[in-house]
Design a protein. Structure first.
Length: 261
């Protein structure tokens, strides 16, 4: 009965709760999930824009796996894909697709659609940045490269942004060594940038990521040691120095995180 009425129930708060409870209590959850999927298969885009129906999509995805996620991905195109990527509910659906079926052709096409839009807006959006993080960690290498290239458009601003700074830090870890080095050099080429970021509540995330980056960490340490007195007077700077045990001592000394850091 619920499976036959899922199209109407999933979009309402109370109905969504009933559907999710029925799925959780079912004797054969995958079979029930398949029946629910059949009832929603023609309403994917609309469901991604519903805070309630999107939860049902995710629940189905956890049970049916890649096949269902590929169907969801293939249902989102163009402007719909970009809109869903910055939606409070839809962004979580796209993150699930990248987690479950990142290499599927349908998922890759969806990510391409998202990246064809304004990636800067995506990275700075309070929901869209989660999709950008999922792309950085799970998408195809060429798509991760596209994300890294988009950061270069305004790297200093992104590195200080509440949400985009998380993307910058993630890209350092997930893109190729050459791309990471290029991003790090671009940041460090601006005089005083490392110290400025280290004293910034969001920018310090990026400095921490660079301190973990082979080939750039020692240069970052050098900049931090030169301005250590300034950093010691700053809340974020002082915490950074302590966490990585950076002191004004010989430049030959490496860095390591303090115990519990």
């Amino acid at each position: 009965e619920i499976c036959g009425a899922v199209r109407g129930m999933a979009f309402e708060e109370q109905g969504c709760g009933v559907v999710l409870q029925a799925l959780a209590l079912a004797d054969d959850p995958p079979a029930v999930a398949a029946a629910l999927a059949a009832g929603l298969q023609d309403s994917i885009c609309e469901a991604c824009s519903s805070p309630h129906a999107a939860k049902v999509l995710e629940a189905i995805g956890r049970l049916l796996g890649a096949d269902w996620c590929i169907h969801v991905a293939s249902s989102l195109h163009g402007d719909d894909a970009r809109r869903v990527a910055t939606h409070v509910a839809g962004s979580a659906v796209i993150c699930q697709l990248l987690e479950v079926a990142p290499a599927a052709a349908a998922t890759a096409a969806l990510v391409d659609e998202v990246l064809a839009g304004d990636v800067g807006v995506l990275m700075c959006h309070k929901f869209g940045y989660a999709v950008a993080l999922a792309i950085a960690s799970s998408a195809l290498p060429r798509q991760r490269s596209a994300l890294a290239a988009a950061l270069l458009a305004d790297l200093q601003r992104f590195a200080r942004h509440r949400f985009a700074s998380l993307v910058v830090a993630s890209v350092f870890k997930s893109c190729s060594a050459a791309e990471s080095q290029h991003l790090a050099r671009t940041l460090m080429d601006q005089a005083g940038a490392v110290a400025s970021l280290a004293c910034h509540g969001f920018g310090v995330r990026v400095v921490k990521a660079m301190l973990e980056l082979p080939g750039a960490s020692q240069q970052v340490v050098g900049y931090l040691r030169k301005c250590s007195r300034r950093l010691q007077k700053d809340k974020f700077g002082a915490q950074l120095l302590q966490e990585f045990d950076i002191q004004c001592r010989g430049m030959e000394v490496g860095i390591h995180r303090c115990a519990g850091g």
